[in-house]
Design a protein around this ligand. Sequence first.
Ligand SMILES: C[S@@+](CC[C@H](N)C(=O)[O-])C[C@H]1O[C@@H](n2cnc3c(N)ncnc32)[C@H](O)[C@@H]1O
Length: 308
Amino acid sequence: MPLRLFLTSGDLMADRRFEFARDLQLKGDLPAAADLLEQTLELAPNFTSAWFTLGEIRSQLGERDKAIAAFRKSRESDASDQHGAHLHLIRLGDAHLSEMPKAYVQALFDQYAPRFEHVLINDLDYRAPSLIFKAVVAARVAAKKSALFKRAIDLGCGTGLAAAAFAKQVDHFIGIDLSPGMIKEARATGLYAELEVADMIEGLRGRGEASTNLVVAADAFVYLSDLASVLSEARRVLAPGGVLAFTLETHDGSGIVLGEGLRYAHAAEYVRGAIAKAGLKLLTLEPASPRIENNEPVSGLVGVAEKT
Ligand SMILES: C[S@@+](CC[C@H](N)C(=O)[O-])C[C@H]1O[C@@H](n2cnc3c(N)ncnc32)[C@H](O)[C@@H]1O
């Protein structure tokens, strides 16, 4: 069973009914699961996890209006939106594309942290850190510049896989991540000189101008919709000649979309424009798949940019 967030209703009977409804959902008896959740919600009208699960089931049943109503209730009953109901409302066309609820990202990765590397590396053929490493080395070799960096910042550092890829290239690694659970795993690696629990844009804002030689973001910008702020902050903290390297998920259309996996996909043209607007020089932007999903390689990009 996939890991999922559970927010108790505070009513033992309602919680038990919810668990039973989840069993029915997992067994594929969606109408019975929906009925039971409706009854549960009469007992506990602010039961966020029940509203969210009802939204999912109504979506699975193709009942769009009812799904929207349930996801709205989920969002209303937990203003921080730890379940990420808002993302489902975007997918259902009931909300405009906007940034992810931070509480959702935090809850997702806090839950994921202890088994993150196992799942990514064994089940999803995860490659973002090594794609970034190879792209940075290739760009530096092409420019006849050293691929050794004094100070680096790892945005959305997770458990530390990017720092492991660059361990021999960097003297002082700073990791920034929204999830305390991920930061705890990163700390255990001993690879970082500094670690900070923060939103990556806020974390960059707290760092000095021209204080860094390398900024990496492995599979982390996929949790940001608009890249303008993070790119301009990255440019500010980079010393002249410093490098920004990242992976993204992409799509064939234009602009930004929220994909089925609830991560943003940025069109290559959007990325080129955003890098130029931030005042960075794009060195490479190549198609590359960071992971597999549903047995298919995810369509992605690996990019390297420079502060001139
Ligand atoms: C898929 S993981 C990748 C982790 C790591 N970079 C790696 O390659 O293994 C994405 C990470 O980005 C973090 N994250 C997502 N949005 C963030 C934000 N706005 N600010 C800081 N960290 C964020 C998540 O908490 C998570 O640890």
